[in-house]
Design a binder for this molecule. Structure first.
Ligand code: FAD
Length: 438
């Protein structure tokens, strides 16, 4: 079936980023939009919705506030509408529970009829000046083609499992599936190895630590030389700013790669309080010098996983500073190995419209578009290599969405901040020096 309506914008994927775009485009009557998602409803990272975890970004990172604090789809209005605003006021904490953020996003969706779920995009073609988006209704299997002038790709990132780890052994679990397997993990006396030094690994380690029975043995292994905190000092937070996007975008392809490789601690560490909570919990376990029945090992690279023995998995590590290999055994291996962007397969028939850089990645224009005409196909969360790690940050989503909406409208509908940082990043802007690129 072909839907004869022509949309100005079709957003594919309704994660927080496209949801923000749907919310911010909602009041603009001249924009006819449709947002599609293959899932049956919004549910934010359900496999990691551990009790008591909070957002890592202040609540103002909701769908609309940083673009338009008066928009009724703000988190504050959600709290008002649901009778929770005073409780939030008394709680005095900018960092809301992830469960509450999830519920808030579901409330936003209830008010946006242009968001359609159970609709998987399987193909896109370009015909007579329009993108034809083929979808399958996942329950009825009905096929529908929608036509649009522009696409916004918001399909998110996928759990990453290193290639040397076979994916078909049920004893290997990515942190994104943790809660689905938690009961099994906590069954009597299991040996559990957790790999990774990021926030998800730490959350899983702490949750298991609090809920395990006495016989459960936990091992936590990290490649970096320490379990380092995510940097959260204010001058570092200025790297999450419009000024910094501008600076980063204008560096060369190779300079950007170098910059990203140095920004591990800024975006990849563990919440500072969580590290301390973990330490304090273990301290309590160790009163009277009791054995806490766990291992925490930095500086360790996992090189190989051997599944040949049905009774246990054998893990082969190297202690990187000492350059000494060592083995460990486990019943389960939990991988906190992060997420990667995969280009959606539905782009295969419009490849000729997409710009590529020398590495074959999307050559993303400053306005977040990736097509040769610089205004037809926009990406959200697929532009770390051109717009920096800010691309992954909920706090900057409203900025990016404002930028895209203004670009589509050809006018500044949403006011966009250009300089918010006290520090200056670009020598060409702050010094009267001969032009010099890094
Ligand atoms: C556990 C966790 C906690 C995080 N917490 C924070 C935080 O506190 N602060 C912060 O700034 N960042 C955080 N992040 C990072 C980031 O904000 C989130 O990953 C966020 O969900 C990214 O949103 P997204 O819209 O890009 O994608 P996603 O949330 O992954 O959504 C993508 C959607 O696209 C849909 N889709 C994919 N393919 C198709 C298709 N072919 N057809 C239709 N639909 C499709 C999927 O079903 C999915 O619903 C967190 C990440 C994780 C994993």
């Amino acid at each position: 079936m072909t839907n004869e309506a022509v949309y100005n914008v079709i957003g594919i994927g309704i994660g927080p980023f496209n949801l923000g775009l749907a919310a911010l485009s909602h009041p603009i009557s001249e924009l006819k939009t449709l947002f599609l998602d293959q899932r049956d409803g919004f549910d934010w990272h359900p496999g990691l919705m551990i009790d008591h975890v909070t957002l890592q970004t202040p609540f103002l990172c909701d769908c609309v506030s940083m673009a338009d604090p008066t928009n009724p789809l703000s988190l504050l209005n959600y709290l008002k509408e649901t009778g929770r605003l005073y409780k939030f006021f008394i709680r005095e904490d900018f960092f809301i529970p992830r469960k509450e953020y999830n519920r808030y996003c579901q409330w936003v969706i209830e008010q946006l009829p242009q968001c359609r779920f159970s609709t998987q995009v399987v193909d896109i073609t370009y015909e007579e000046g329009l993108y034809h988006v083929t979808t399958i209704q996942t329950k009825t299997k009905e096929t529908t083609v929608f036509k649009t002038e522009r696409l916004i790709l918001g399909t998110g990132t996928q759990p990453y499992i290193p290639s040397f780890i076979p994916k078909d052994d049920s004893r290997v679990i990515h942190t994104s599936s943790y809660l689905y397997r938690k009961d099994e993990l906590l069954s009597q006396g299991k040996k559990i190895a957790i790999i990774g030094s990021g926030q998800s690994s730490a959350e899983v380690f702490y949750d298991l630590l609090q809920n395990r029975n006495e016989e459960t043995h936990l091992g936590w292994y990290s490649r970096p030389d320490r379990f380092f905190p995510m940097e959260y000092s204010k001058l570092t937070l200025e790297l999450t700013s419009p000024d910094y996007v501008e600076y980063f975008y204008n560096r060369s392809e190779s300079a950007r790669k170098t910059i990203l490789s140095k920004q591990q601690a800024q975006f990849k560490g563990i919440n500072y309080d969580l590290i301390n909570d973990i330490y304090d919990f273990i301290y309590d376990l160790n009163i009277d010098n009791a054995d806490p029945n766990l291992k925490i090992i930095p500086n360790s690279q996992l090189n190989r996983v051997d599944y040949s023995n049905p009774d246990f998995i054998s893990l082969e590590f190297t202690q990187l500073e000492q350059e000494v290999p060592y083995d460990q055994e486990a019943d389960y291996l939990i991988l906190g190995t992060g997420y990667r962007y995969h280009e959606p397969a539905f782009l295969k028939n419009i490849q000729d419209r997409i710009k590529r850089d020398s590495s074959g990645l999307f050559d993303v224009n400053r306005n977040y578009s990736i097509d040769h005409n610089a205004g037809e196909i926009y990406v959200l969360h697929a532009e770390v290599h051109t717009h920096s790690y800010i691309s992954t940050d909920l706090g900057m989503a409203a900025y990016r969405n404002s930028y895209i909406i203004n670009d589509i409208l050809g006018r500044e509908h949403y006011k966009i901040e250009k300089k918010i940082a006290f520090q200056d990043f670009d020598v060409e802007k702050y010094a009267d020096l001969p032009t010099a690129k890094i």
